[in-house]
Design a protein around this ligand. Structure first.
Ligand SMILES: [Zn+2]
Length: 109
């Protein structure tokens, strides 16, 4: 659950801490904009990936399937900055996803 009021208050505090005037026309709505943006950017935190990946199918073969260049967008947990890239995954017919050999199994910055 995203607490937009807390994000709005925290953003206002950061703006004041860097010496900017919250009452100026260009900045006065920034805390609300940041709260709205964070609610959207972090909306995936409440989604269970097992539910998202629950759909499967039977193809009757056992070769590894490789999916390449899957775009992703995320937020750095160390700096709260957005980053993006592409991921590659491989899986076998038993529907258990596994990292592509030789690649990292998670995205990070
Ligand atoms: Zn970072």
């Amino acid at each position: 659950m995203i607490d937009k009021d807390r994000i709005k208050t925290a953003t206002a505090s950061i703006i004041e801490a860097i010496g900017q005037d919250l009452s100026t026309e260009n900045i006065k709505d920034t805390p609300q904009r940041v709260a709205d943006m964070y609610a959207e950017l972090f909306s995936g935190l409440d989604i269970d990936p097992k539910v998202e990946l629950a759909t499967g199918f039977e193809e009757g073969h056992h070769e590894m399937v490789i999916l390449k260049d899957i775009p992703f967008y995320s937020m750095c947990e160390h700096h709260l900055l957005p980053f993006y890239g592409v991921a590659h995954v491989g899986y076998r017919n038993n529907c258990q996803a596994s990292p592509t050999p030789g690649k990292n199994d998670k995205a990070d910055c």
